[in-house]
Ligand binder design. Structure first.
Ligand SMILES: Nc1ncnc2c1ncn2[C@@H]1O[C@H](COP(=O)(O)OP(=O)(O)OP(=O)(O)O)[C@@H](O)[C@H]1O
Ligand SMILES: [Mg+2]
Length: 338
């Protein structure tokens, strides 16, 4: 059995919608709506879904940039202790903060333009330990070399770097505290394809070297294919499918996954798949449809689909942690992979 580093169960994050003079709560944006998944040690899990599906909110709950509404996020620390990050107080989380780091979407806005790269990279490490000037410089130089940046550039400000270089600065910053789990939120989406490949390669090398686990957030499946061991597919705040990467691409068990695969232009091999591309819009998470949230856009939907409860079902009952889907029709459908 692989060792779990993170187990998310029944995670919910609702944002209140306020209206009127008295600022009354008139409803909730159910951004994350009962989400279950797990990350094993040294594993890369891809989290995919269209824009607005709740991917960033999930990541932000794990690092507690947001306080979850309900559910648990069980983290197994380096020393073996377990802590529920969803419920713990800030003071209880503090000792584990450095073990879980985040690399943000936009390297242009997430780096403070008034700080030198040296200060940016050293900042998280300085929170946990006092470093002398020379120790700090040495640490930053090592990290910069490791991520493929020239240490003599540490005196520069972020604007003097390219997008790919800034992303490397963000990675060096996360690495400065020896994290065990790194959440990458669209970390390579803004980079052009060849630079993307270099940064992904760097992330993979670092994983080998330090046994890091990644939660890799992206909105299309092509970005996560090569880096992920397993993939979690989200739709309107719900997980609709979890599966090992190879199998997800070749044997999807949810029409939403099939449609996502169909909307990856590069991967289309035969014309029949092309028909499966996504039409219509993502529903409003404050007023999701009845039953399966995907049924209004699903070309296989039946009356039953308007009543189902969207619980994850193991495709093989003997392997409850293996391939899982919320589609009640998965056995009858023969969905197309790529
Ligand atoms: N602070 C907030 N207040 C109210 N609603 C929010 C807040 N943050 C996010 N939302 C809503 O929650 C839903 C999920 O947002 P989230 O940013 O998690 O999506 P995402 O999957 O990361 O999308 P993208 O791919 O565009 O980054 C969206 O409908 C969004 O409008
Ligand atoms: Mg996002």
């Amino acid at each position: 059995m692989p060792k779990q580093i993170l187990k998310v169960t029944g995670l919910k994050k609702y944002f209140p919608i306020k209206k009127g003079f008295f600022n009354r709560t008139v409803g909730y944006v159910k951004a994350v709506n009962d989400v279950d998944f797990e990350i094993n040690e040294g594993e890369t899990v891809g989290l995919v879904g269209e824009s607005g599906c709740g991917k960033s909110t999930t990541g932000n709950c794990i690092v507690r940039l947001l306080d979850p509404t309900d559910g648990s996020i069980l983290y197994t620390a380096k020393d073996g202790t377990q802590i529920d990050l969803a419920k713990a107080k800030a003071s209880e989380i503090k000792p584990y903060r450095k073990e879980i780091q985040m690399v943000f979407q936009d390297p242009f806005s997430s780096l403070n333009p008034r700080m030198t790269v040296r200060e940016i990279i050293a900042e998280p490490a300085m929170l946990f330990k006092t470093w002398s000037k020379s120790e700090e410089q040495e640490m930053v130089a090592k990290l910069m070399t490791r991520v493929g940046l020239r240490p003599e550039y540490m005196v520069r400000y972020p604007h003097a770097f390219s997008g790919g270089q800034r992303q490397r600065v963000g990675i060096a910053r996360a690495l400065s505290v020896n994290p065990r789990l790194v959440i990458c939120d669209e970390s390579v989406s803004s980079l052009d394809v060849s630079v993307q490949a270099q940064v992904l390669g760097l992330l993979e090398d670092l994983q080998q070297e330090y046994n890091i686990s990644y939660l890799f957030i992206a909105h299309d499946l092509s970005a996560v294919k090569h880096i992920s061991d397993r993939i979690v597919v989200m739709y309107v705040g719900k997980v609709v499918e979890i599966c090992e990467t190879e199998e997800l691409y070749s044997r999807p068990m949810h029409p939403y996954t099939e449609a996502l695969l169909g909307s990856v232009p590069k991967l289309i091999a035969d014309k029949s798949v092309r028909k499966a591309t996504l039409e219509g819009e993502v529903p409003d998470p404050s007023r999701p449809p009845e039953g399966c949230f995907f049924h209004p856009r699903c070309r296989y939907a039946t009356e039953e689909c308007k009543k189902c409860d969207m619980k994850l079902i193991p495709v093989n009952p003997d392997d409850p942690m293996g391939h899982r889907t919320t589609c009640i029709r998965y056995k009858e459908l023969s969905l197309k992979g790529v």
